[in-house]
Write a protein that binds this ligand. Structure first.
Ligand SMILES: O=C(CO)[C@H](O)[C@H](O)COP(=O)(O)O
Length: 229
């Protein structure tokens, strides 16, 4: 099985957790793509009825709408029952890094407004400690060189994320992404607290104490790790 097949298997499996008559948060990324496709199939077949989706990117919104899945803005629902999203790295304590697709601000807002969160990943995303995957930040363009310099002073090895044309990546909210290539993150809570207090940083990709269930793709099939918190 190649990596895409593992992603597809966990994406399909995760739809078993979506119940009729619920509000579902839809994450972003190549693994989530397979989950939305499967949800679309089961919704169209009538196996899952009366759901509303809250999406975390225009990509996921477009895909959900193309499959006939009704969507609402986060402002227009009073809660989300379950959000299913991908992740870039998950450590042994089930803390995660997200934002490889630059959608972590919306993903964090949707995740923190959800009763339950499921992450779907292939086995390559599991690690003992976070940090070998660069940590994404969403920063506002105003004063971003100052923000960048502060990150350098802290020895966090920041790099602006660039598109193929060499221009800075823009998020949904027209902010920039800075990736921290700092290596091992030994104290994720301390780092998250420091980042939370930097004025120009709108969101960082540390998703701590958020996930309830993880579905991991292995060659012999998806494994569900439940009741994490
Ligand atoms: O956080 C994310 C986007 O901001 C994605 O969930 C994460 O990058 C995983 O993506 P993929 O499933 O394509 O590997």
């Amino acid at each position: 099985m190649d990596q895409n097949e593992l992603k597809q298997a966990v994406g399909i499996k995760s739809v078993d957790f979506i119940q009729s008559n619920s509000v579902v948060g839809l994450g972003t990324g190549s693994t989530v793509y397979y989950m939305i496709e499967e949800l679309g199939k089961r919704y169209q077949a009538g196996d899952i009825k009366n759901i509303v989706a809250v999406t975390t990117s225009s990509r996921s919104e477009k895909q959900a709408k193309s499959l006939g899945i009704p969507t609402k803005d986060l402002n227009d629902v009073d809660h989300i029952d379950l959000t299913i999203d991908g992740a870039d790295q998950i450590d042994k304590n089930y803390q995660g890094i997200k934002g490889g697709g630059a959608a972590h601000l919306l993903e964090k807002m949707v995740a923190t407004n959800s009763t339950k969160n499921i992450w779907i990943v292939d086995q390559s995303k599991l690690a003992n400690t976070l940090g070998s995957f660069p940590l994404p930040l969403e920063v506002i363009p105003f004063g971003c060189e100052k923000t960048f310099a502060d990150l350098q002073k802290e020895d966090l090895h920041p790099e602006f994320r660039l598109n193929d044309d060499g221009k800075r990546v823009l998020t949904h909210n027209k902010n920039y992404v800075i990736d921290l290539k700092m290596g091992e993150i030994t104290h994720p809570h301390l780092l998250a607290e420091w980042l939370d207090h930097q004025v120009g940083i709108v969101a960082h990709g540390l998703f701590l104490d958020i996930v309830n269930t993880i579905i991991v793709g292995y060659a012999d099939g998806p494994k569900v790790i439940d009741n994490i918190r």
